[in-house]
Design a protein around this ligand. Structure first.
Ligand SMILES: *[C@@H]1O[C@H](CO)[C@@H](O)[C@H](O)[C@H]1NC(C)=O
Ligand SMILES: *[C@@H]1O[C@H](CO)[C@@H](O)[C@H](O)[C@H]1NC(C)=O
Ligand SMILES: *[C@@H]1O[C@H](CO)[C@@H](O)[C@H](O)[C@H]1NC(C)=O
Length: 356
């Protein structure tokens, strides 16, 4: 009798595996209907291209490993968000706000802008940019267009409440503001812990504005180790240490305040979910102390136009002086999407945020 079950089991196992794999099918329905991106050059995918600024990268060798070549992404290939949206099951990347048109805005839009900060003045010495306040205004424009496309206010509201809103910003408030005392007065006005408090308070107001516009699922990123980039190490010097201690110590209080803020927002705005992400990857075996391309472009930290980059690009953490490579972006995207470590994703990773 038992042996009769065997052929059935053999059929059942592949069918079960196929069902479990559904989420990976390119034409499957994405886990959330839309994904909106707010941030700086780590997320920008072309919004700065038409601005007068030294913080734009629509030139070779940027995009050398991207099908459309230079697009304005600050990478040799994809950004972290490009990887995350694929993991979520989207077929296409989110269009930059400045090039968004037609129905593709229903899946989400990327508002991020190189040199932008939480504070409006951040990055002004680099030229044009969309500070976070303006990115949120641009989102309101998109909301009106989505509402018009859907032809129904309540349907648009419901759609927007199920999207993920990704916010990764704050590095420029340090490297293109606080740590440039010859250009900005914030370091005279605030000690590092106070400055972090002021930044996180402003970010809190900005997140609440997004909430008031209908956002309910927030993925908010902490700051990385801004003192460990090849550019920071060469500009500030490290006295033999691996990183610029002053820069990292400036930014650490920001993360220490951001996490409790998101806990408070989760308690106060009970119909919304906020999660703190600080994804990491293992740099083991990768080159982490120098950039792959020849730097000197932009403010000194970007690749020189038309220079020849390294060949083994997937073995580098940093593509240019401050921005990570496609290979590193893939590692941190997988961590943000699926990590079970509370120091990397608290209380949810992106996969679980999508299910909330
Ligand atoms: C708007 O969409 C809702 C569902 O979200 C539906 O119940 C309602 O009938 C729609 N209204 C119009 C005018 O189409
Ligand atoms: C600091 O700089 C801002 C402009 O970025 C200016 O509005 C403000 O008055 C300055 N404050 C002080 C105390 O110098
Ligand atoms: C949450 O609510 C408490 C109590 O009303 C308030 O004191 C606190 O400022 C609120 N926090 C945020 C981030 O809105």
């Amino acid at each position: 009798m038992e042996s009769k079950l065997k052929p059935l089991e053999l059929v059942a196992i592949p069918v079960l595996l196929a069902l479990l794999n559904l989420g990976n099918w390119a034409n499957a329905v994405p886990q959330v209907p839309c994904y909106f991106i707010f941030g700086d050059s780590l997320s920008d995918n072309g919004n700065n291209n038409k601005l007068v600024t030294s913080a734009k990268v629509n030139y070779s060798p940027y995009g050398i490993d991207f099908p459309q070549r230079p697009t304005g992404r600050f990478s040799n290939g994809r950004t972290m968000h490009d990887f995350i949206v694929k993991l979520l099951g989207f077929e296409d990347y989110m269009p930059p706000f400045t090039e968004s048109e037609g129905k593709n805005i229903l899946n989400g839009v990327n508002y991020a802008s190189g040199a932008a900060g939480i504070r409006d003045e951040t990055g002004q010495h680099r030229g044009g940019r969309f500070p976070l306040t303006e990115q949120i205004k641009n989102h309101k424009t998109i909301i009106s267009r989505i509402t018009a496309l859907m032809g129904n206010d309540s349907a648009a509201k419901s759609h927007l409440s199920r999207c993920i809103y990704s916010v990764q910003i704050g590095s420029n408030d340090y490297i293109n503001n606080y740590f440039k005392p010859e250009l900005y007065n914030t370091s005279q006005r605030y000690a590092p812990p106070e400055y972090a408090t002021v930044l996180v308070q402003q970010l809190s107001d900005q997140l609440k504005t997004l909430y008031d516009s209908g956002a309910r699922k927030f993925a908010v990123y902490g700051l990385g180790l801004i003192g460990c980039t090849p550019d920071a190490r060469s500009v500030y010097g490290t006295e033999g240490a691996p990183c610029v201690v002053k820069l990292n110590e400036g930014a650490t209080p920001f993360n220490e305040r951001l996490k409790p803020l998101l806990d408070q927002l989760n308690r106060n705005l009970t119909d919304a979910k906020f999660t703190f992400l600080n994804p990491s990857g293992s740099a083991a075996g990768l080159v982490a102390d120098s950039s792959c391309c020849q730097t000197g472009g932009g403010g000194g930290e970007l690749c020189l136009p038309n220079s020849k980059p390294c060949d083994n690009r997937n073995q580098y953490v940093f593509w240019d002086g401050v921005h990570p490579s496609d290979a590193w972006n893939e590692l941190v995207a997988k961590s943000a999407y699926g990590s079970e470590k509370p120091e990397e994703a608290q209380p949810f990773n992106i996969q679980k945020l999508a299910l909330q």
